[in-house]
Design a protein around this ligand. Structure first.
Ligand SMILES: NC(=O)NCCC[C@H](N)C(=O)O
Length: 253
């Protein structure tokens, strides 16, 4: 079976999305729709099968579907997003994954957690402790993922929205990040600094292939020098809302 991934089309209210570190600038929703279609096409081009979560047009940040769930094998941990305004987004994700036969668990108050704070590589799951995810949320996730043999480690995130706004992992496990927004690069056994903020986010399409944004050409060259094939997509309208390539999809089995 092809690799499946959850995606969710952008709300017409995308321009009203939450902002923490960026100033609000005009967003072209029509361009955002085209860019989202290009992103989905890149997943399809890699042999992935997109699974659309029903749109939530009244939720400005609905396209950032990664934040609503953490999927591990046949378990879907529905999150309790740290921003109350985003909590209505999780219902559609839960409905979709329950319909696909996933076991459903929930992060529950007082725990909060955004999927964008969860970085897995090997048997370790690093979870950002910052504006959206708290210690109770990390502890609940640790208990839920322990049966899968995953070690969950909380790491402070003070300079970026989510842990995966600051760092993600290459297929070989190397953690990449733009050091000005990484709290402690020594957290990871192998860390590679990249020259652009947009270069810190990769979606692993295959063992030798990553998807990244066109906003980080120098980082793309760095990855290609390391022997990686790079598929680059323009997600400028989503970057204006502090989004990145990892938050627009959730990889399933
Ligand atoms: N996983 C992610 O990086 N999600 C991006 C969420 C951006 C959205 N405007 C928010 O602030 O929640």
């Amino acid at each position: 079976m092809a690799t499946r991934a959850l995606v969710r089309r952008p709300s017409p209210r995308l321009a009203d999305g939450l902002l923490t570190h960026l100033d609000r600038v005009p967003v072209d929703v029509d361009l955002a729709r085209e860019q989202w279609a290009g992103y989905v096409a890149a997943l399809v081009g890699a042999g992935w099968e997109p699974v659309e979560v029903p749109p939530a047009d009244d939720c400005p940040d609905a396209a950032f579907v990664e934040d609503t769930v953490v999927v591990q094998d046949d378990l879907a941990v529905i999150t309790l997003p740290g921003a109350p305004q985003r909590r209505p987004e999780t219902a559609g994700t839960e409905e979709t994954l329950a319909g696909l036969g996933y076991r459903i668990a929930h992060i529950e108050a007082p725990g909060t957690l955004d999927g964008g704070d969860v970085l897995r590589s090997g048997d370790t799951c690093w979870v950002g402790l910052g504006g959206r995810t708290n210690r109770a949320g990390v502890d609940q996730l640790a208990a839920l993922l322990a049966p899968a043999g995953l070690r969950v480690v909380g790491v402070p995130v003070t300079k970026a929205l989510h842990l995966k706004s600051a760092v993600t992992a290459l297929p070989d496990g190397t953690v990449v990040g733009h050091e000005p927004v990484v709290d402690d690069p020594a957290t990871w056994p192998t860390f590679l600094g990249v020259p652009e903020g947009g270069g810190a986010h990769v979606v692993r399409l295959a063992d030798d292939t990553v998807l990244m944004a066109t906003s980080a050409p120098r980082t793309r060259a760095l990855f290609e020098e390391r022997g990686l094939r790079v598929v680059a997509v323009d997600i400028s309208e989503f970057e204006k809302l502090e989004g990145c390539v990892t938050c627009l999809s959730v990889r399933l089995r």
